[in-house]
Ligand binder design. Sequence first.
Ligand SMILES: *Cc1c(COP(=O)(O)O)cnc(C)c1O
Length: 207
Amino acid sequence: MRDEIARAADRAARDPATVHLIAVTKTVSVETIREAYDLGIRDFGESRWQEAEPKIGALPTDCRWHFIGKLQSNKARRVAQAVGAIHTLESSGQLHEIAKGEHVVDGFIEVNAAREPQKSGVLPETLDEFVQDVLNCPKIRLRGLMTIGPQNASFEEKQNLFRFLAAERRRLGLEWLSMGMSDDFGLAVQEGTTHVRVGSRIFGHRV
Ligand SMILES: *Cc1c(COP(=O)(O)O)cnc(C)c1O
């Protein structure tokens, strides 16, 4: 997997070290995550708190956990205390709860770049306002933007969305971009992503 990312980085004339691999472990057992840990992986992504909490407790403390699923406000404080980064900031209710916590967490704002009605994330026209809200939250270090490429989009559509997000990151002066999954990480690397979230390509298809 790291080789594939390195090849995609080479093609884009990028330093492979600027692309972080997050192994997405939803539905994956603690035993299997430990095997990945033994192979040197330290960044893990989970999308449901009920599932993440026991895994975080069972794995060594030098793992870095990324919360990548829909984050209900009423769980936001607990999640922010337990993980290194939240990729799915999208509502002021979340920020309000996270502000009550102790630790400072790294944050990505999820952008619904394709304006899919069923999908979470802020719409492009409300992004600037939400950036200000996040910057005003004392317990979040705003680091970047995140998006999920629409499943049935063509190559060109996804490329346009990834380019849009990369341009927004530059405009806002942010460091990180969380985009690219098993099916589209090569394209995301080409378009400048810094964090790819890969599940099935590493662990096999989820049942
Ligand atoms: C499940 C998931 C992934 C990983 O998906 P794969 O296609 O298995 O690589 C990445 N990002 C998010 C937000 C996810 O929910």
